[in-house]
Design a protein around this ligand. Structure first.
Ligand SMILES: Nc1ncnc2c1ncn2[C@@H]1O[C@H](COP(=O)(O)OP(=O)(O)OP(=O)(O)O)[C@@H](O)[C@H]1O
Length: 431
């Protein structure tokens, strides 16, 4: 079982499955089309190489149309070219679906910079003001970077609990960095959104401080999708993909909003279905079946594409939520880690450290799968990390069990429940 777990896929159709995972960062030569948008982003960021100012940008357009791909691909090149000039360009990118407030989003930016630089974040997530977090962000910028781009993906998701959406405050505060950060290098504030009219939703304060170059990404048609998929054909072993599969996936993709992510996921799902059936070729019926099963739920689709260890970590959190009496919304990391260790042993998989487990779990907040926070259990009872899933634990568990490497976990119901209950009880008694 261990061997089976450690191989990337259990069957025989994939040669490099990463190429059909939509969160894989692909090489430039696999980017198809989008010349106009690519050209504009390149022209906007090129001045960094000459220590000149760079504009703010707003990348808008429907889901899966290459917005994140293009900005990250260009930033990657800029980072490399800066490196060759002995300069450091900081790409501080967060997804705004996870943090619920501007304060948390600022913390994530600090964390992103600290992780990139391999230094301590230097501020706690809670207990200090947003200004203190911003000051730390500026400090890191002054100390380590020669230029910075803030990338705020899914900016419209940062609505927050107040009447006025939190993205206003985040945009306002970050766009003032040029004046307030005492940072000499170029700065761009680049937001990504699905809404073409996003600027109209901003309040006047945010609007007056943020004047981005608005770059629009439209839907892909079937021909463009086909070409995107053809450039990833080598995800499959030679001869394992019937000729009509890519055109059919592209046709389905163009019917459902021209979203390349959906098309790539559908191709992978068809491959996985074929493998589960023990087939060594992906054919049209597998595509049709995958299309039927294909839910609109992006978070679940995301989970089905992550690595085995990450699935294992998320499964442990979901199982801890599911088997705990009363199904609490917030799950403490301690007992969830015990569940993880138990499940890893049951599957004969490697057990990673608690830190790696926590990283694997918190990373998923970027994709809106869950939220996390540190909080106290009450006076003098310590601060603990907690996770809160955004989908029902049962749905998450059954999605992960669709992966043949996890299917057998359904049989471990009773022992997992016992482990969860014992460790949740200990957690409550100990602290
Ligand atoms: N022109 C393209 N060439 C190759 N792959 C593409 C292209 N456009 C999109 N993709 C792939 O499709 C997937 C989704 O693209 P991306 O994440 O850039 O979409 P997006 O526009 O940022 O979507 P969202 O608004 O939902 O975040 C990624 O796996 C990306 O690699």
């Amino acid at each position: 079982m261990r061997e089976r777990l450690q191989t990337e896929s259990s069957g025989g159709v994939f040669a490099n499955k990463d190429l059909v995972r939509s969160d894989t960062i692909i090489d430039e030569d696999r980017i198809v089309g989008r010349d106009e948008q690519l050209g504009r982003v390149v022209d906007n960021l090129k001045p960094v190489l000459h220590e000149e100012g760079i504009p703010d940008m707003l990348l808008s357009g429907p889901s899966g149309t290459g917005k994140s791909l293009i900005i990250h691909a260009v930033c990657k090149q800029i980072v490399e070219l800066c490196e060759s000039q002995g300069k450091t360009f900081g790409v501080l990118s967060i997804n705004c679906e996870g943090p619920k407030t501007a304060d948390r989003a600022v913390y994530r930016l600090v964390k992103c910079a600290a992780d990139d630089l391999g230094v301590d974040p230097g501020v706690p997530q809670t207990g200090v003001s947003t200004d203190q977090k911003l000051e730390r962000l500026y400090e890191l910028m002054r100390e380590y970077y020669d230029g910075v781009i803030f990338i705020l993906d899914e900016i419209d998701m940062l609505e927050g609990p107040y009447q006025e959406a939190e993205y206003n405050s985040l945009i306002y505060q970050l766009s003032r960095a040029r004046g307030l950060a005492d940072f000499d290098g170029p700065i761009s504030l680049t937001a990504i959104t699905n809404y073409a009219d996003f600027m109209k939703d901003l309040n006047s304060r945010a609007q007056s401080s943020y004047n981005p170059d608005d770059i629009f990404f439209d839907d892909y048609d079937a021909t463009q999708l086909r070409s995107i998929l053809m450039h990833r054909r080598d995800a499959f072993k030679p001869g394992s993909l019937a000729d009509d599969v890519i055109p059919l996936v592209a046709a389905f993709g163009s019917q459902t909003h021209g979203d390349a992510r959906k098309a790539i996921d559908l191709l992978r799902w068809a491959g996985e279905l074929a493998e589960r059936r023990g087939s060594d070729t992906v054919t049209e019926p597998a595509v049709r079946e995958a299309q039927e099963k294909y839910t609109e739920n992006r978070k679940l689709r995301h989970i089905s594409g992550i690595s085995t260890q990450k699935k294992l970590s998320i499964y442990a959190v979901a199982a801890t939520a599911y088997y705990t009496k009363g199904n609490p919304e917030w799950i403490p990391a301690g007992p969830a880690f015990k569940t993880y260790q138990f499940i890893a042993d049951a599957m004969d998989a490697d057990r990673y450290s608690r830190e790696t487990f926590v990283n694997h779990v918190t990373e998923q907040s970027t994709y809106g799968v869950l939220d996390f926070e540190r909080r106290g259990k009450g006076r003098g009872r310590g601060v603990h990390m907690y996770f809160s899933l955004s989908e029902s634990p049962e749905t998450i568990m059954s999605t992960i069990r669709e992966d043949s490497r996890f299917t057998d976990l359904a049989k471990e119901d009773a022992p997992i429940r016992a482990v969860v209950r014992e460790h949740m009880k200990r957690f409550h008694n100990d602290n």
